[in-house]
Design a binder for this molecule. Structure first.
Ligand code: C2O
Ligand code: CU
Ligand code: CU
Length: 503
Protein backbone atom coordinates (compact mmCIF):
# COMPACT_ATOMS: atom_id res chain seq x y z
CA UNK A 1 0.00 0.00 0.00
CA UNK A 2 1.28 3.40 -0.88
CA UNK A 3 1.93 5.81 1.92
CA UNK A 4 -0.89 8.06 0.79
CA UNK A 5 -3.40 5.24 0.80
CA UNK A 6 -2.31 4.29 4.28
CA UNK A 7 -2.72 7.81 5.54
CA UNK A 8 -6.11 8.11 3.96
CA UNK A 9 -7.38 4.89 5.46
CA UNK A 10 -6.33 6.15 8.83
CA UNK A 11 -8.02 9.43 8.18
CA UNK A 12 -11.19 7.75 7.02
CA UNK A 13 -11.46 5.86 10.25
CA UNK A 14 -10.99 8.89 12.42
CA UNK A 15 -13.51 10.77 10.33
CA UNK A 16 -16.11 8.17 11.15
CA UNK A 17 -16.09 5.85 8.17
CA UNK A 18 -17.00 2.41 9.42
CA UNK A 19 -13.85 0.30 9.49
CA UNK A 20 -13.77 -1.81 6.39
CA UNK A 21 -10.63 -2.85 4.64
CA UNK A 22 -10.72 -1.16 1.30
CA UNK A 23 -9.21 -3.10 -1.54
CA UNK A 24 -6.74 -0.94 -3.44
CA UNK A 25 -9.19 -0.75 -6.33
CA UNK A 26 -11.98 0.48 -4.12
CA UNK A 27 -9.61 2.90 -2.49
CA UNK A 28 -8.57 4.50 -5.73
CA UNK A 29 -12.22 4.62 -6.79
CA UNK A 30 -13.08 6.26 -3.54
CA UNK A 31 -10.37 8.82 -3.95
CA UNK A 32 -11.59 9.79 -7.38
CA UNK A 33 -8.21 8.85 -8.75
CA UNK A 34 -9.61 7.49 -11.99
CA UNK A 35 -7.65 8.36 -15.05
CA UNK A 36 -9.26 11.17 -16.99
CA UNK A 37 -8.81 11.27 -20.72
CA UNK A 38 -7.84 14.87 -21.41
CA UNK A 39 -8.85 15.77 -24.98
CA UNK A 40 -7.72 19.04 -26.49
CA UNK A 41 -10.12 21.21 -28.40
CA UNK A 42 -9.43 23.84 -31.02
CA UNK A 43 -11.60 26.94 -30.93
CA UNK A 44 -15.15 26.36 -32.19
CA UNK A 45 -18.05 28.71 -32.88
CA UNK A 46 -20.42 29.22 -29.97
CA UNK A 47 -23.35 26.83 -30.24
CA UNK A 48 -26.82 28.34 -30.12
CA UNK A 49 -29.28 25.52 -29.39
CA UNK A 50 -32.23 25.01 -31.72
CA UNK A 51 -35.21 27.11 -30.68
CA UNK A 52 -38.66 25.56 -30.35
CA UNK A 53 -41.58 27.91 -29.73
CA UNK A 54 -44.23 25.26 -30.23
CA UNK A 55 -47.20 25.38 -32.58
CA UNK A 56 -50.48 27.09 -31.73
CA UNK A 57 -53.26 24.49 -31.93
CA UNK A 58 -56.72 25.08 -30.45
CA UNK A 59 -55.52 27.78 -28.12
CA UNK A 60 -52.54 25.79 -26.85
CA UNK A 61 -48.83 25.95 -27.57
CA UNK A 62 -48.01 22.39 -28.55
CA UNK A 63 -44.49 21.00 -28.30
CA UNK A 64 -43.59 17.61 -29.73
CA UNK A 65 -40.66 16.17 -27.87
CA UNK A 66 -39.00 12.86 -28.67
CA UNK A 67 -36.53 11.25 -26.30
CA UNK A 68 -33.98 9.67 -28.61
CA UNK A 69 -30.50 8.23 -28.75
CA UNK A 70 -27.67 8.55 -31.23
CA UNK A 71 -24.08 9.54 -31.78
CA UNK A 72 -22.78 13.06 -31.24
CA UNK A 73 -19.62 14.85 -32.13
CA UNK A 74 -18.47 16.38 -28.85
CA UNK A 75 -14.81 15.35 -29.00
CA UNK A 76 -12.61 16.45 -31.91
CA UNK A 77 -11.90 13.02 -33.40
CA UNK A 78 -14.44 10.52 -32.15
CA UNK A 79 -18.16 10.41 -31.58
CA UNK A 80 -19.94 9.69 -28.34
CA UNK A 81 -23.09 7.65 -27.73
CA UNK A 82 -25.60 10.15 -26.33
CA UNK A 83 -29.27 10.70 -25.66
CA UNK A 84 -31.30 13.85 -26.16
CA UNK A 85 -34.63 15.44 -26.92
CA UNK A 86 -35.44 15.99 -30.63
CA UNK A 87 -31.70 15.75 -31.20
CA UNK A 88 -28.99 13.28 -30.32
CA UNK A 89 -27.50 15.19 -27.40
CA UNK A 90 -29.19 17.68 -25.07
CA UNK A 91 -32.27 19.51 -26.29
CA UNK A 92 -33.78 22.50 -28.05
CA UNK A 93 -34.56 25.62 -26.03
CA UNK A 94 -38.32 25.76 -25.46
CA UNK A 95 -39.69 29.30 -25.46
CA UNK A 96 -43.19 30.23 -24.40
CA UNK A 97 -45.14 32.96 -22.62
CA UNK A 98 -46.87 33.52 -19.33
CA UNK A 99 -50.63 32.72 -19.44
CA UNK A 100 -50.29 30.43 -22.46
CA UNK A 101 -51.42 26.87 -22.02
CA UNK A 102 -48.58 24.63 -23.06
CA UNK A 103 -49.01 21.04 -24.14
CA UNK A 104 -45.91 18.85 -24.10
CA UNK A 105 -46.23 15.62 -26.08
CA UNK A 106 -43.30 13.54 -24.96
CA UNK A 107 -42.64 10.31 -26.80
CA UNK A 108 -40.03 7.94 -25.52
CA UNK A 109 -38.01 6.48 -28.37
CA UNK A 110 -35.32 5.19 -26.03
CA UNK A 111 -35.21 1.58 -24.96
CA UNK A 112 -35.34 2.52 -21.30
CA UNK A 113 -38.02 4.23 -19.20
CA UNK A 114 -37.63 7.96 -18.63
CA UNK A 115 -39.51 10.79 -16.95
CA UNK A 116 -39.22 14.40 -18.13
CA UNK A 117 -39.63 17.14 -15.54
CA UNK A 118 -40.34 20.86 -15.99
CA UNK A 119 -38.04 22.32 -13.37
CA UNK A 120 -39.27 25.53 -11.79
CA UNK A 121 -42.83 25.34 -13.06
CA UNK A 122 -45.94 25.82 -10.93
CA UNK A 123 -48.29 23.13 -12.23
CA UNK A 124 -50.50 20.20 -11.19
CA UNK A 125 -48.48 17.36 -9.64
CA UNK A 126 -49.73 14.92 -12.29
CA UNK A 127 -48.12 17.09 -15.00
CA UNK A 128 -44.82 17.62 -13.19
CA UNK A 129 -42.84 14.83 -14.86
CA UNK A 130 -41.38 13.42 -11.68
CA UNK A 131 -40.59 9.77 -10.91
CA UNK A 132 -44.33 8.94 -10.85
CA UNK A 133 -44.73 9.94 -14.50
CA UNK A 134 -42.17 7.62 -16.05
CA UNK A 135 -42.73 6.99 -19.75
CA UNK A 136 -42.17 3.44 -20.96
CA UNK A 137 -40.23 2.86 -24.16
CA UNK A 138 -42.54 3.45 -27.10
CA UNK A 139 -45.12 5.38 -25.06
CA UNK A 140 -46.15 9.02 -25.30
CA UNK A 141 -46.95 11.09 -22.24
CA UNK A 142 -48.75 14.40 -22.47
CA UNK A 143 -48.29 17.18 -19.92
CA UNK A 144 -50.43 20.28 -20.06
CA UNK A 145 -50.53 23.33 -17.87
CA UNK A 146 -51.31 27.01 -17.87
CA UNK A 147 -48.12 29.00 -17.46
CA UNK A 148 -48.36 30.85 -14.15
CA UNK A 149 -44.62 31.42 -13.79
CA UNK A 150 -42.90 34.72 -14.37
CA UNK A 151 -40.67 35.28 -17.42
CA UNK A 152 -37.24 33.82 -16.62
CA UNK A 153 -34.98 30.91 -17.51
CA UNK A 154 -36.03 27.37 -16.58
CA UNK A 155 -34.81 23.81 -16.98
CA UNK A 156 -36.31 20.56 -18.25
CA UNK A 157 -34.59 17.28 -17.59
CA UNK A 158 -34.86 13.59 -16.84
CA UNK A 159 -36.34 12.74 -13.43
CA UNK A 160 -36.39 8.96 -13.70
CA UNK A 161 -36.49 6.96 -10.48
CA UNK A 162 -32.87 6.05 -9.61
CA UNK A 163 -31.61 7.05 -13.06
CA UNK A 164 -31.88 10.83 -13.16
CA UNK A 165 -28.16 11.47 -12.76
CA UNK A 166 -26.96 9.10 -15.40
CA UNK A 167 -29.66 10.06 -17.93
CA UNK A 168 -28.93 13.76 -17.51
CA UNK A 169 -25.23 13.04 -17.93
CA UNK A 170 -25.92 11.23 -21.21
CA UNK A 171 -27.92 14.23 -22.44
CA UNK A 172 -31.55 14.36 -21.27
CA UNK A 173 -31.78 18.01 -20.33
CA UNK A 174 -32.39 21.43 -21.83
CA UNK A 175 -33.47 25.00 -21.16
CA UNK A 176 -36.94 26.51 -21.13
CA UNK A 177 -37.54 30.24 -21.35
CA UNK A 178 -40.65 32.15 -20.44
CA UNK A 179 -40.42 35.41 -22.30
CA UNK A 180 -42.08 38.80 -22.31
CA UNK A 181 -40.46 40.58 -25.21
CA UNK A 182 -42.54 43.74 -24.86
CA UNK A 183 -41.52 44.21 -21.27
CA UNK A 184 -37.87 43.41 -22.06
CA UNK A 185 -38.04 45.99 -24.83
CA UNK A 186 -39.36 48.62 -22.41
CA UNK A 187 -36.71 47.81 -19.83
CA UNK A 188 -33.88 47.74 -22.35
CA UNK A 189 -33.14 44.05 -21.72
CA UNK A 190 -31.80 42.17 -24.77
CA UNK A 191 -34.30 39.50 -25.85
CA UNK A 192 -33.60 38.42 -29.44
CA UNK A 193 -32.78 34.74 -29.30
CA UNK A 194 -29.36 33.97 -30.73
CA UNK A 195 -28.78 37.63 -31.62
CA UNK A 196 -28.33 39.38 -28.28
CA UNK A 197 -29.94 36.82 -25.94
CA UNK A 198 -28.01 33.57 -25.51
CA UNK A 199 -28.53 30.46 -23.44
CA UNK A 200 -25.34 29.46 -21.61
CA UNK A 201 -26.07 25.90 -20.54
CA UNK A 202 -23.09 24.70 -18.57
CA UNK A 203 -22.28 21.02 -18.14
CA UNK A 204 -19.14 19.05 -17.34
CA UNK A 205 -18.44 15.60 -18.74
CA UNK A 206 -15.70 12.98 -18.74
CA UNK A 207 -14.82 10.65 -21.56
CA UNK A 208 -12.90 7.47 -22.09
CA UNK A 209 -10.13 7.42 -24.67
CA UNK A 210 -12.51 5.79 -27.15
CA UNK A 211 -14.98 8.66 -26.82
CA UNK A 212 -17.63 7.10 -24.59
CA UNK A 213 -18.96 9.04 -21.63
CA UNK A 214 -17.30 8.06 -18.42
CA UNK A 215 -19.75 7.92 -15.57
CA UNK A 216 -19.77 6.58 -12.05
CA UNK A 217 -22.05 7.17 -9.11
CA UNK A 218 -20.22 5.13 -6.53
CA UNK A 219 -17.43 5.89 -4.10
CA UNK A 220 -16.06 9.40 -4.37
CA UNK A 221 -18.34 10.20 -7.29
CA UNK A 222 -21.26 9.47 -5.05
CA UNK A 223 -20.07 11.57 -2.15
CA UNK A 224 -19.06 14.62 -4.15
CA UNK A 225 -21.36 14.05 -7.07
CA UNK A 226 -20.03 13.17 -10.50
CA UNK A 227 -17.70 15.79 -11.94
CA UNK A 228 -16.19 15.86 -15.40
CA UNK A 229 -12.94 17.33 -16.67
CA UNK A 230 -14.38 18.72 -19.93
CA UNK A 231 -16.56 21.81 -19.66
CA UNK A 232 -19.26 22.21 -22.28
CA UNK A 233 -21.37 25.26 -23.02
CA UNK A 234 -24.51 24.37 -24.98
CA UNK A 235 -22.92 21.00 -25.61
CA UNK A 236 -19.54 22.03 -26.99
CA UNK A 237 -16.13 22.79 -25.54
CA UNK A 238 -13.87 25.80 -26.05
CA UNK A 239 -16.21 27.98 -28.06
CA UNK A 240 -16.17 31.64 -28.98
CA UNK A 241 -19.24 33.83 -29.20
CA UNK A 242 -19.02 36.69 -31.73
CA UNK A 243 -22.03 38.83 -30.92
CA UNK A 244 -23.49 41.25 -33.49
CA UNK A 245 -24.46 43.71 -30.80
CA UNK A 246 -22.52 45.22 -27.96
CA UNK A 247 -25.09 44.58 -25.26
CA UNK A 248 -25.85 40.91 -24.61
CA UNK A 249 -27.93 38.87 -22.24
CA UNK A 250 -26.51 35.56 -21.08
CA UNK A 251 -28.90 33.07 -19.53
CA UNK A 252 -26.40 31.35 -17.26
CA UNK A 253 -27.74 27.91 -16.44
CA UNK A 254 -25.89 25.33 -14.40
CA UNK A 255 -27.13 22.05 -15.89
CA UNK A 256 -24.27 20.01 -14.42
CA UNK A 257 -24.90 16.97 -12.25
CA UNK A 258 -22.80 18.15 -9.34
CA UNK A 259 -20.33 20.89 -10.22
CA UNK A 260 -20.69 24.33 -8.63
CA UNK A 261 -19.35 27.32 -10.56
CA UNK A 262 -17.97 30.61 -9.34
CA UNK A 263 -18.23 32.71 -12.47
CA UNK A 264 -16.58 35.96 -13.48
CA UNK A 265 -15.16 37.51 -16.63
CA UNK A 266 -11.46 37.25 -17.42
CA UNK A 267 -11.02 41.04 -17.13
CA UNK A 268 -13.31 41.08 -14.11
CA UNK A 269 -15.69 43.45 -15.86
CA UNK A 270 -18.95 44.17 -14.08
CA UNK A 271 -22.24 42.83 -15.35
CA UNK A 272 -25.87 43.31 -14.35
CA UNK A 273 -27.90 40.52 -12.84
CA UNK A 274 -31.50 40.92 -14.04
CA UNK A 275 -33.19 37.60 -13.20
CA UNK A 276 -32.81 34.69 -10.82
CA UNK A 277 -34.35 31.19 -11.16
CA UNK A 278 -37.98 32.22 -11.28
CA UNK A 279 -38.25 35.83 -12.34
CA UNK A 280 -36.85 39.20 -13.10
CA UNK A 281 -35.50 41.20 -10.16
CA UNK A 282 -37.03 44.29 -8.67
CA UNK A 283 -33.72 46.01 -9.37
CA UNK A 284 -30.82 45.13 -11.62
CA UNK A 285 -27.88 44.10 -9.48
CA UNK A 286 -24.36 45.07 -10.56
CA UNK A 287 -21.90 42.24 -9.86
CA UNK A 288 -18.38 41.16 -10.74
CA UNK A 289 -18.90 37.50 -9.97
CA UNK A 290 -21.70 35.08 -9.23
CA UNK A 291 -21.95 31.56 -7.86
CA UNK A 292 -24.24 28.95 -9.37
CA UNK A 293 -24.96 25.57 -7.82
CA UNK A 294 -26.44 22.75 -9.90
CA UNK A 295 -29.82 23.76 -11.39
CA UNK A 296 -29.49 27.46 -10.56
CA UNK A 297 -30.01 30.01 -13.33
CA UNK A 298 -29.16 33.69 -13.62
CA UNK A 299 -29.81 36.10 -16.47
CA UNK A 300 -27.05 38.67 -16.76
CA UNK A 301 -26.44 41.60 -19.10
CA UNK A 302 -22.91 42.25 -20.28
CA UNK A 303 -21.66 45.32 -22.11
CA UNK A 304 -18.97 44.43 -24.65
CA UNK A 305 -18.89 47.80 -26.44
CA UNK A 306 -15.15 48.16 -25.78
CA UNK A 307 -14.66 45.50 -28.47
CA UNK A 308 -12.17 43.55 -26.35
CA UNK A 309 -11.92 39.79 -26.16
CA UNK A 310 -12.84 38.15 -22.90
CA UNK A 311 -13.76 34.81 -21.40
CA UNK A 312 -16.26 33.64 -18.88
CA UNK A 313 -14.13 31.99 -16.22
CA UNK A 314 -14.56 29.75 -13.21
CA UNK A 315 -12.72 30.47 -10.00
CA UNK A 316 -11.73 27.31 -8.16
CA UNK A 317 -12.64 26.60 -4.57
CA UNK A 318 -16.43 26.61 -4.66
CA UNK A 319 -18.37 23.36 -4.43
CA UNK A 320 -17.74 19.93 -3.04
CA UNK A 321 -14.42 18.99 -4.60
CA UNK A 322 -12.51 20.37 -1.67
CA UNK A 323 -14.85 19.69 1.18
CA UNK A 324 -13.42 18.38 4.45
CA UNK A 325 -12.35 14.78 4.35
CA UNK A 326 -13.17 14.58 0.65
CA UNK A 327 -10.95 17.54 -0.01
CA UNK A 328 -8.01 15.74 1.46
CA UNK A 329 -8.83 12.49 -0.25
CA UNK A 330 -9.94 13.84 -3.60
CA UNK A 331 -7.77 16.92 -3.65
CA UNK A 332 -5.42 15.24 -6.07
CA UNK A 333 -8.09 14.61 -8.69
CA UNK A 334 -7.30 17.92 -10.35
CA UNK A 335 -10.98 18.50 -11.03
CA UNK A 336 -11.20 21.74 -9.09
CA UNK A 337 -9.45 24.52 -10.94
CA UNK A 338 -9.65 27.89 -12.62
CA UNK A 339 -10.81 27.48 -16.21
CA UNK A 340 -12.52 29.25 -19.09
CA UNK A 341 -16.07 28.24 -19.97
CA UNK A 342 -16.24 30.07 -23.28
CA UNK A 343 -14.86 33.15 -24.96
CA UNK A 344 -16.36 36.33 -26.37
CA UNK A 345 -14.90 38.18 -29.32
CA UNK A 346 -16.73 41.49 -29.55
CA UNK A 347 -14.58 43.06 -32.24
CA UNK A 348 -17.43 42.98 -34.79
CA UNK A 349 -20.24 43.97 -32.43
CA UNK A 350 -22.17 47.03 -33.51
CA UNK A 351 -22.57 49.56 -30.75
CA UNK A 352 -25.96 49.77 -29.13
CA UNK A 353 -26.98 51.79 -26.12
CA UNK A 354 -25.84 50.41 -22.79
CA UNK A 355 -28.13 49.09 -20.10
CA UNK A 356 -29.31 51.85 -17.77
CA UNK A 357 -32.51 50.73 -16.10
CA UNK A 358 -31.99 49.78 -12.51
CA UNK A 359 -35.66 49.60 -11.53
CA UNK A 360 -37.15 46.55 -13.22
CA UNK A 361 -40.38 45.12 -11.82
CA UNK A 362 -42.22 45.45 -8.57
CA UNK A 363 -42.72 42.32 -6.47
CA UNK A 364 -45.70 41.50 -4.35
CA UNK A 365 -44.72 42.10 -0.76
CA UNK A 366 -44.42 38.84 1.16
CA UNK A 367 -42.97 40.28 4.33
CA UNK A 368 -46.14 40.03 6.38
CA UNK A 369 -47.84 36.99 4.92
CA UNK A 370 -49.40 34.44 7.28
CA UNK A 371 -47.31 31.32 7.73
CA UNK A 372 -49.47 28.17 7.53
CA UNK A 373 -46.69 25.76 8.54
CA UNK A 374 -43.02 25.56 9.38
CA UNK A 375 -41.06 22.48 8.31
CA UNK A 376 -37.61 21.28 9.23
CA UNK A 377 -35.51 19.33 6.78
CA UNK A 378 -32.28 17.75 7.99
CA UNK A 379 -29.91 16.90 5.13
CA UNK A 380 -27.85 13.88 6.08
CA UNK A 381 -25.13 11.69 4.69
CA UNK A 382 -24.71 8.40 6.48
CA UNK A 383 -20.96 7.99 6.61
CA UNK A 384 -20.21 4.35 5.97
CA UNK A 385 -19.75 1.70 3.33
CA UNK A 386 -23.47 1.71 2.48
CA UNK A 387 -23.15 5.31 1.45
CA UNK A 388 -19.88 4.83 -0.36
CA UNK A 389 -20.68 1.66 -2.23
CA UNK A 390 -24.32 0.77 -1.63
CA UNK A 391 -27.41 2.24 -3.14
CA UNK A 392 -28.49 4.66 -0.45
CA UNK A 393 -26.90 6.59 2.37
CA UNK A 394 -28.34 10.03 1.65
CA UNK A 395 -31.39 10.99 3.65
CA UNK A 396 -33.67 13.86 4.65
CA UNK A 397 -34.95 13.65 8.22
CA UNK A 398 -33.36 10.18 8.40
CA UNK A 399 -35.40 8.82 5.49
CA UNK A 400 -34.18 7.89 2.07
CA UNK A 401 -36.47 8.48 -0.89
CA UNK A 402 -39.42 6.11 -1.12
CA UNK A 403 -41.88 6.37 -4.03
CA UNK A 404 -44.66 5.12 -1.75
CA UNK A 405 -44.21 7.47 1.17
CA UNK A 406 -45.64 10.99 1.35
CA UNK A 407 -43.26 12.81 3.67
CA UNK A 408 -45.04 16.14 3.98
CA UNK A 409 -48.52 17.52 3.32
CA UNK A 410 -49.05 21.21 2.59
CA UNK A 411 -52.18 23.29 2.18
CA UNK A 412 -52.79 24.98 -1.17
CA UNK A 413 -52.60 28.77 -1.55
CA UNK A 414 -50.61 29.29 1.63
CA UNK A 415 -47.07 30.24 2.60
CA UNK A 416 -44.76 28.00 4.61
CA UNK A 417 -41.31 28.41 6.10
CA UNK A 418 -38.94 25.55 5.37
CA UNK A 419 -35.82 25.36 7.51
CA UNK A 420 -33.07 23.52 5.69
CA UNK A 421 -30.37 22.26 8.03
CA UNK A 422 -27.15 20.81 6.74
CA UNK A 423 -25.10 19.02 9.40
CA UNK A 424 -23.32 16.97 6.71
CA UNK A 425 -19.86 17.56 5.26
CA UNK A 426 -20.81 18.67 1.74
CA UNK A 427 -22.98 21.41 0.27
CA UNK A 428 -26.45 20.45 -0.95
CA UNK A 429 -28.37 22.60 -3.45
CA UNK A 430 -31.98 21.99 -2.41
CA UNK A 431 -34.74 22.25 -4.97
CA UNK A 432 -38.48 22.30 -4.29
CA UNK A 433 -40.95 21.49 -7.05
CA UNK A 434 -44.05 23.55 -7.89
CA UNK A 435 -42.87 26.76 -6.32
CA UNK A 436 -40.77 29.87 -6.62
CA UNK A 437 -39.68 30.77 -3.13
CA UNK A 438 -37.66 33.52 -1.49
CA UNK A 439 -34.70 32.99 0.76
CA UNK A 440 -35.29 34.47 4.19
CA UNK A 441 -31.84 34.00 5.69
CA UNK A 442 -28.65 31.94 5.92
CA UNK A 443 -27.57 31.27 9.47
CA UNK A 444 -29.59 34.35 10.38
CA UNK A 445 -27.86 36.58 7.83
CA UNK A 446 -29.25 38.05 4.61
CA UNK A 447 -29.03 35.80 1.53
CA UNK A 448 -26.24 36.48 -0.96
CA UNK A 449 -26.79 39.47 -3.15
CA UNK A 450 -27.36 37.30 -6.25
CA UNK A 451 -30.11 35.22 -4.67
CA UNK A 452 -32.52 37.91 -3.52
CA UNK A 453 -35.15 37.11 -6.13
CA UNK A 454 -37.49 34.24 -6.89
CA UNK A 455 -35.70 30.93 -6.46
CA UNK A 456 -36.44 27.24 -6.85
CA UNK A 457 -33.01 25.97 -5.82
CA UNK A 458 -30.85 27.11 -2.91
CA UNK A 459 -27.47 25.93 -1.75
CA UNK A 460 -27.30 24.88 1.86
CA UNK A 461 -23.61 24.79 2.65
CA UNK A 462 -22.12 22.45 5.21
CA UNK A 463 -23.12 23.60 8.69
CA UNK A 464 -25.65 26.08 7.40
CA UNK A 465 -29.26 26.60 8.21
CA UNK A 466 -31.19 28.29 5.43
CA UNK A 467 -34.79 29.40 5.80
CA UNK A 468 -36.99 29.79 2.76
CA UNK A 469 -40.48 31.24 2.32
CA UNK A 470 -42.45 28.83 0.15
CA UNK A 471 -45.76 29.62 -1.58
CA UNK A 472 -47.60 26.29 -1.96
CA UNK A 473 -49.44 27.20 -5.15
CA UNK A 474 -53.04 26.73 -6.27
CA UNK A 475 -53.08 23.06 -7.28
CA UNK A 476 -54.49 20.34 -5.04
CA UNK A 477 -54.02 16.61 -5.37
CA UNK A 478 -54.24 14.43 -2.29
CA UNK A 479 -52.49 11.50 -3.96
CA UNK A 480 -49.89 12.69 -6.44
CA UNK A 481 -46.81 14.22 -4.77
CA UNK A 482 -44.23 16.78 -5.75
CA UNK A 483 -40.54 16.28 -4.99
CA UNK A 484 -38.01 18.21 -2.96
CA UNK A 485 -34.43 17.09 -3.17
CA UNK A 486 -30.76 17.78 -3.48
CA UNK A 487 -29.92 18.76 -7.06
CA UNK A 488 -26.58 17.04 -6.92
CA UNK A 489 -28.15 14.33 -9.01
CA UNK A 490 -26.05 11.53 -7.52
CA UNK A 491 -27.31 12.56 -4.07
CA UNK A 492 -30.88 12.67 -5.33
CA UNK A 493 -30.64 9.16 -6.79
CA UNK A 494 -28.99 7.96 -3.57
CA UNK A 495 -32.00 9.00 -1.51
CA UNK A 496 -31.76 12.71 -0.66
CA UNK A 497 -35.29 13.35 -1.87
CA UNK A 498 -38.72 13.52 -0.28
CA UNK A 499 -42.30 13.89 -1.47
CA UNK A 500 -45.02 16.34 -0.51
CA UNK A 501 -48.61 16.67 -1.53
CA UNK A 502 -50.65 19.86 -1.65
CA UNK A 503 -54.25 19.53 -0.53
CU1 C2O B 1 -34.49 19.89 -11.56
CU2 C2O B 1 -36.66 17.60 -9.16
O1 C2O B 1 -35.58 18.69 -10.44
CU1 CU C 1 -37.88 20.59 -10.37
CU1 CU D 1 -26.50 16.83 -1.93
Amino acid sequence: MKRRDFLLTGLGVTAGVTAVSFAPYAMSQMMGRRRNYQPSFSLQNFAVPALDEGTAIDGKQVFKLALQSGESRILPNTSTATIGINQNFLAPVLRFKKNQTVRMEVSNKLNEAAALHWHGMILPASQDGGPHQAIKPGDTWVAEWKVLNEPATYFYHSHTHNHTAEQVWRGLGGQMQIVDEDRDQELGIPHQYGVDDFPVIITDRSFTESGAFQYSNSGMQRMQGMHGNVILVNGIANSVLKPEKSLIRLRLHNASNARFYHLHFSDNRPFQLVATDGGILAQAQPLNDIRLAPAERADIIVDVSDGKSLSLRNKKGYGNLNRGMMGMMGGGSGLDSDFDLFHIDASKASKVAGFKTTQLVSFPDWTNVDIAATRQLQLEMQMGPAMMFGSGGFTINKKGYDLNVINEVAKANTFEIWELNNPSVTHHPIHVHNTQFRIIDRNGRLPYIWERGLKDTVTVSADEKVRILVPTGPYKDAKMPYMYHCHILEHEDAGMMGQFTVT
